[in-house]
Design a protein around this ligand. Structure first.
Ligand SMILES: Cc1cc2nc3c(=O)[nH]c(=O)nc-3n(C[C@H](O)[C@H](O)[C@H](O)COP(=O)(O)OP(=O)(O)OC[C@H]3O[C@@H](n4cnc5c(N)ncnc54)[C@H](O)[C@@H]3O)c2cc1C
Length: 532
């Protein structure tokens, strides 16, 4: 197979997993030239993530990909039956109550009861419109992203492995199995055992694994021998369902010997027999099974010179609570526009450093969220006692609402300057008087300014950044102005009534200062057209 690697691209992304694909798309939208290098000739098809959180769903929404993911979800529901708690009238939602149809998730296998959640909670209510598209298997998500990247003209060079790198100060020389490549920047989105991280000499401190987990769909000769839902024993835990044949096992007395060897039917059956204490028989695997552990580590730095890390390359942890893909997509959304700004020559001082500063705390939290679930899941008597206590707390309205908000990602906040309560949060779902939503205006990337001043004072001020900022005007309402970064984070907002007065510059001054901080010096250019 002939692979045409591009020379002298602005950015080369290593890895065509979900994170590499999101990053490549964001870079392309920012105007950078980019290519993706992927070791596998074809997508692996291994079972991994099955759901996405609110920031990921909203990131898809802002790029116009949500209708496609809703289609994926409808097809999934038709295939597997009424298992997912989702809104939006899926084929199996008939007769469900409003709260029952909302996505909740689980903590350490304890399913969070949708009827206990306070859905009127301000954080949840502000992000409700993407709830209909939260159940998206990783394989389908990757297909959707691959189409998106292809529409943006980004080449994905498959069957090529990165083997060496040299940071030359003004670029990176990358050795691959298809020859050498020179690139301005190199981003390792190459998974938990990242070659890029190792070659860049970035430390990966954390806690060692103590368990082996499996995820598979199998044909089971005698499924009646298994409990439905999660079941615990002194050897570990397992779950059969929600769809027939779907099996998760967790064994606490071992870390996987070889994580790269394919999972065999015999290995899965042995594991399931051990944790269930039954002689259940598996007759076939349906698709590729996955083996995982609770290795929890975070890169000591997300950047070394012209080499950066994102996704699992920057942090690994057990899949409990379904956070890894979401964490990586958040990295990619955060890094994409910042690296694009550096490449485009308009980045303000220190912009790229904010990538590590903003994403590290979220990564550290995810590692701890998964570690806490391991502590609850272990088979020993102390953990069993702890499980009882946590189970009781999760049976309360406050406890369930707390956990659902954490899992959904609606409490995430970046520490940014500004007094308005929206600053540093993902933009809420803002509906405009013309029937559109603010997210509908973000398909082409860039900053979004919502101006609800009657005289358009904010939009007029932002015109000086027209190549980077798209202004959307709307009827007067609170907040009167919101500036959303390309990654969906609110950089500035105001409720000030003086923002409605074109002659009073106080809100305008605040907006301009924020634009300089994130979007650089004013330099008008033709407003960008939506892409894709
Ligand atoms: C069983 C299981 C269940 C999970 N469930 C969830 C969930 O419900 N929700 C959630 O958010 N997350 C979940 N996760 C985690 C999620 O799957 C990962 O966090 C996600 O795949 C990370 O994406 P990534 O793009 O960073 O890395 P990957 O998906 O690992 O992609 C890395 C890519 O880089 C390529 N590559 C590696 N080395 C090289 C090289 N040297 N040269 C070229 N290419 C290379 C690989 O072939 C691969 O395609 C789960 C994981 C597992 C294992």
């Amino acid at each position: 197979m002939t692979v045409n690697l591009k020379q002298d691209v602005d950015v080369t992304v290593v890895g065509a997993g979900p994170v590499g694909l999101v990053l490549a798309a964001e870079l392309a939208l920012s105007g950078a030239t980019v290519q993706v290098i992927e070791r596998l000739a074809e997508p692996s098809g291994a079972m991994k993530a099955g759901s996405i959180n609110v920031p990921t769903a909203e990131a898809l929404d802002r790029r116009g990909l949500l209708p496609a993911s809703e289609k994926v979800q409808r097809e999934l529901l038709e295939r597997v039956g009424a298992v997912a708690r989702v809104a939006g009238g899926g084929p199996n939602d008939a007769g469900r109550g409003a709260s029952e149809s909302r996505f909740t998730g689980h903590f350490a296998g304890m399913i969070l009861d949708a009827d206990l959640v306070d859905w009127s909670d301000a954080d949840l209510a502000a992000h409700a419109s993407v709830d209909g598209a939260r159940v998206v298997p990783q394989r389908e998500l990757e297909e959707l992203l691959a189409d998106h990247v292809a529409r943006l003209g980004v080449p994905v060079c498959r069957g090529v492995e990165v083997t060496t790198l040299e940071d030359t100060g003004d670029g990176v020389l990358v050795g691959t199995t298809a020859g050498a490549v020179r690139t301005g920047w190199l981003v390792g989105c190459d998974g938990g055992r990242s070659t890029v991280r190792r070659l860049a000499g970035i430390e990966f401190p954390g806690t060692d694994p103590e368990l082996t987990g499996h995820l598979a769909v199998a044909d089971i000769a005698d499924p009646e021998k298994l409990a439905s839902g999660w079941a615990w024993s002194t050897r570990g835990a397992y779950r059969h369902g929600p769809q027939p044949g779907r099996v998760v096992t967790v064994e606490f007395d071992r870390a996987p010997a070889d994580r790269s060897a394919p999972v065999t039917l015999d290995e899965l059956q042995t594991s399931l027999r051990r944790v269930s204490g039954t002689d259940v028989t598996l007759t076939a695997l349906r698709g590729a099974a996955t083996r995982w552990s609770d290795n929890a580590r975070q890169a000591a730095a997300y950047r070394s010179g012209r080499v950066l890390l994102a996704g699992d390359a920057a942090h690994v942890h057990s899949p409990f609570g379904g956070q890894g893909l979401n964490l990586g997509v958040g990295d990619a959304m955060n890094l994409g526009w910042k690296l694009g700004a550096v490449v485009g020559g308009w980045a303000p001082e220190g912009l790229l450093d904010t990538y590590d500063a903003e994403r590290r705390p979220v990564g550290a939290w995810v590692l701890d969220w998964t570690r806490a679930q391991i502590a609850v899941l272990r088979g020993d008597p102390r953990s069993a006692a702890l499980r009882e206590v946590v189970g009781d707390l999760l049976s309360t309205r406050d406890g369930t609402t707390y956990a659902v908000k954490k899992i959904a990602g609606v409490t995430q906040r970046i520490d940014l300057p500004g007094d308005h309560p929206l600053v540093g949060r993902y933009a809420p779902d803002l509906r405009l008087t013309d029937g559109s939503r603010l997210a509908d205006h973000g398909h082409g990337g860039g900053f979004l300014l919502l101006d609800r001043t009657p005289v358009g004072a904010l939009a007029r001020a932002a015109a000086a950044w027209a190549g980077r900022v798209r202004s959307v005007t709307d009827a007067h309402a609170t907040p009167t102005g919101v500036l959303v970064r390309p990654d969906g984070v609110v950089a500035w907002a105001t409720d000030a009534t003086d923002a409605t007065d074109a002659t009073d510059g106080s809100a305008v001054t605040g907006l301009e200062a924020t634009l300089r901080r994130w979007a650089g010096a004013p330099s008008p250019a033709p407003e960008r057209e939506p892409v894709g």
